[in-house]
Design a protein around this ligand. Sequence first.
Ligand code: NAD
Length: 329
Amino acid sequence: NQLQFTSGKCDLQYLKAIVSKMAEKLRFDGRVAVVTGAGSGLGREYALLFGSRGAKVVVNDLGGSFHGDGASKRAADIVVDEIRAQGGTAVADYNSVVDGSKVIETAINNFGRVDILVNNAGILRDRSIAKTSDLDWDLINAVHLKGSFKCTQAAWPYMRKQNYGRIIMTSSNSGIYGNFGQANYSAAKMGLVGLANTVAIEGQKNNIHCNVIIPTAASRMTEDILPDILFNELKPHLIAPVVVYLCHESCKDNGSYIESAAGWATKLNIVRGKGCVLRTSIDQTNTTPEYVQSVWAKITDMTDAKHLDTIGQASGSLLEVLEKLKEGK
Ligand code: NAD
């Protein structure tokens, strides 16, 4: 609905309706939210906002360094105290997300259910591709990709049984666009997009939604990377309302990628060009690299590129190409 203007005057009734709608707070009473890596940065902001909106919160954090060394209970404990101080309910969980079943057990043992899982825990081990060790690769993939998989898989039977779930995967522009020195991190972060795509499909029939957040925020992870002028505006608390809304029962999105930073948010899509047929008829059973070279500009032309919603649409459009070839078009 658009705001109605008549003779330059705003429709007062409509304005009142919007104001009263905004006054209805999105609540999470009776819901249990697990936020991984909630001891600092973005995760802490998500946990605080969930707590202030009535959710019972599991504040998971291993409490190590941002390179993935060490462990401490302090980070999670402080956030639990903050939530309780504002009148909310929270418990700490100190497990690594790699032990996803233990993280989810904390929710079940304390609150009897899990409705929301925000896979947020993360570390960085930046190296150029030439210098990336197996350890750099394995640790990054373990925490980001495997950790999100293990927590999601552990929450799955509970969400299926209650026919309700909201899951967030945390990606990054480093994955979407690439970033020098982050081969391991980029791969894991793009892997999370693939994981979310399939989790969204598998969860749909049980009202389990899975969406991706692509944040940019000032945190211990980015303090050495971002210029001061940007760092000061990129408050993590500005992203929390976006993630919290994505996890509300009223949000119908499933399989969306949402980018957010500095009090701004948008949806991101993968698009596909119109393409180019490499055969002149259905009877032509091969093509050549020279032909591909000759039509490369058409293959890579992104004019009228479109977003496809499903793998079925992708193979469906191939069938159309084959039909046209058969008809000699
Ligand atoms: P942060 O370092 O402040 O928070 C990450 C938290 O995860 C830390 O408290 C850490 O102790 C915890 N953690 C690390 N390994 C863990 C493990 N194995 N098990 C449980 N907890 C663990 O960083 P942040 O900037 O708030 O990042 C949060 C998420 O957002 C990360 O996944 C990060 O990759 C992603 N992200 C951040 C930005 C940004 O600009 N800050 C950009 C893109 C993506």
